[in-house]
Design a protein around this ligand. Sequence first.
Ligand code: PGA
Length: 241
Amino acid sequence: MRVLVTPDYRTLSEEAAALVARAVRAKPDITLGLPTGSTPLGMYEELIRKHRHEGLDFSRVRTFNLDEYLGLAPDDPQSYHAYMHARFFDHVNIAVDNTRIPDGSPGVDANAKCGRYEDAIRNAGGIDLLIVGIGSNGHIAFNEPGSSFESRTRVVTLAPETIENAKRHFPGDADIPMSAITIGIRTILDARRILLLASGSGKAEAVERTLRDPVSESVPASALRLHPDVIAILDESARRR
Ligand code: PGA
């Protein structure tokens, strides 16, 4: 894993967006794996700026989101569907038909849809560049500690720490979903190239364990060390020395 440490979050966001923009320019019909959460917000802002001011073209780009809460309709403001539209898709020239996000709508048979999500990724030719954050417990997407490195898209129960961290984004405790649909660790490792982002001291321990502890299912992000083409962009506070 190559590691780039930036002085601050803004620089992390610019470096991440520059890497994604280079990849999109090199392959205009690229398939991206896209994250949600706080960490990629600056990267999305910078990509929107590059679209507006540098002509970065998303018209042929295809995307697969990494995860979605279970029990939230796409139009629920807390859903990752809503996040992606508000923070990125609605501000660039991406074709909505080229974007996929796992469907966590109430009443939907989520388990039945997981295999089809994997099929859709395969039919798109696989993910060329997958961008992922890290949880303070070392999770990647919603693959919590203990997730098999062979896991694929599935319904998972969120770890207590993940639910605790999500609280700041939800108006009331009762609304926080306890489960989610996530692509698996194997799905992530199948991507041709991976960009890991981590910002802030709350991630420093998880980052340290990812880079230094033995590769183990107790630290899901450590699986990334098994992949030949991973770059981690960390800001200084996430990289304790
Ligand atoms: P965050 O989440 O970007 O909101 O910190 C990252 C993650 O839990 O994967």
